[in-house]
Design a protein around this ligand. Structure first.
Ligand code: GFB
Length: 320
């Protein structure tokens, strides 16, 4: 990628988008279009079209679309599916019509069948039913992959799909009910510590396993894939920490300094039992995650304290 190319991160204010913009800056990309208030509403076809006509992005990272943890997926499946379908169709269509050189679309590991063999290989995609709690969101993500493939086949577009592990980091949603497990537990452990609680409740049995990737490492992997991979088959983006939820909660409690007891609430959903990715293709290309899991959790907690806690009040998102 030429450092002077026009690059658009569709979803620049999301967890992954914010990390990608940081990585692009650090790597000397000087023509980033659609930053901050200049990013179009990705669910609005006319706005997206006008934006592409005006800025003609050459490289597009499609990381936008609403997402959330298991709680949000159960509470608002229609909103999540519609937002993602609109975002995907608007951005892919505009990238094709305005001649983008290449596009990387980020799907999600929850689009794998619930009982696919571990570690998850791309051959398993669509080979069985997905986890019911995130079916709507996962279906939209799968549609995005298939639309990328269709554009490749019909028009020769260089649209690449990647399936990332569960991402976390700065700019995440620290909502206690809507967020993913790491930001939600960081927040609840912090509040429990401040209140002096003796107990921290963790959803589910603690036995499911998740593969986590730090958002800054994921951003680095996205850049790497944009430069080094161009195929119809999707590519998995993982290679980092694979932990049980109980182990994850212990690391979070330790980083926050919560010294009480962890209690598991089996009345809350576990979701998929296992979600480790087979990232051998990415690793064979030479990519490795740079950040140890505990360091990444500690960095995320530090960011949360700086941006989401003001005079003792906790916000789910960075206070503007
Ligand atoms: O992060 P999470 O919501 O994502 O939940 P999924 C992971 C696991 O953590 C589940 C447990 O087994 C939860 O029961 N958990 C424990 C908690 N405490 C908490 C908590 O306080 N909050 C949350 N959220 N979980 C999502 C999908 O599934 O994965 C999305 O629903 C998305 O669609 C995302 O794709 C990557 O991995 O279970």
């Amino acid at each position: 990628m030429n450092r002077k190319a026009r690059v658009f991160v569709a979803g620049g204010e999301t967890l992954v988008g914010a990390a990608l913009l940081g990585a692009l800056h650090e790597n000397g990309f000087s023509k980033l279009v659609g930053l901050g208030p200049y990013e179009p509403d990705l669910t609005d076809a006319a706005e997206v079209d006008a934006f592409f006509a005006d800025t003609l992005p050459e490289y597009v990272f499609l990381v936008g679309g609403k997402s959330g943890g298991i709680g949000l997926n159960r509470a608002r499946p229609a909103d999540l599916m519609l937002d993602n379908l609109r975002t995907i169709t608007n951005v892919l269509d505009a990238a094709h019509r305005y001649g983008a050189t290449k596009l990387l679309y980020l799907a999600s590991s929850c689009a794998y069948p619930k009982h696919a063999p571990q570690p998850l290989r791309v051959e398993s995609l669509t080979a069985g039913p997905v986890e019911p709690t995130s079916e709507a969101y996962a279906t939209a993500k799968l549609a995005g992959w298939k639309l990328c493939t269709a554009y490749r086949r019909q028009y020769g577009c260089r649209f690449v799909t990647a399936f990332p592990a569960n991402a976390f980091g700065p700019h995440d949603d620290f909502g206690a009910d809507a967020g993913h497990v790491i930001p939600a537990l960081l927040r609840r452990a912090h509040e429990a510590k401040v209140r002096g609680d003796r107990v921290l409740t963790v959803w589910g049995t603690g036995t499911p396993k998740r593969e986590f990737i730090y958002s800054r490492d994921l951003a680095d992997a996205c850049l790497f894939v944009m430069e080094r991979y161009d195929g119809e088959d999707p590519i998995n983006l993982g290679g980092g920490a694979d932990l049980s939820i109980a182990e994850t909660a212990r690391v979070v409690a330790d980083v926050v300094g919560f010294r009480g007891q962890l209690v598991f609430d089996a009345g809350k959903p576990d979701g998929a039992p296992l979600k480790g990715l087979d990232s051998s293709e990415l690793l064979a290309l030479g990519w490795r995650p740079a950040t140890a899991f505990r360091t990444a959790v500690a960095d995320t907690y530090h960011w949360f304290l700086q941006h989401c806690v003001t005079e003792g009040t906790v916000h789910a998102r960075a206070a503007v």
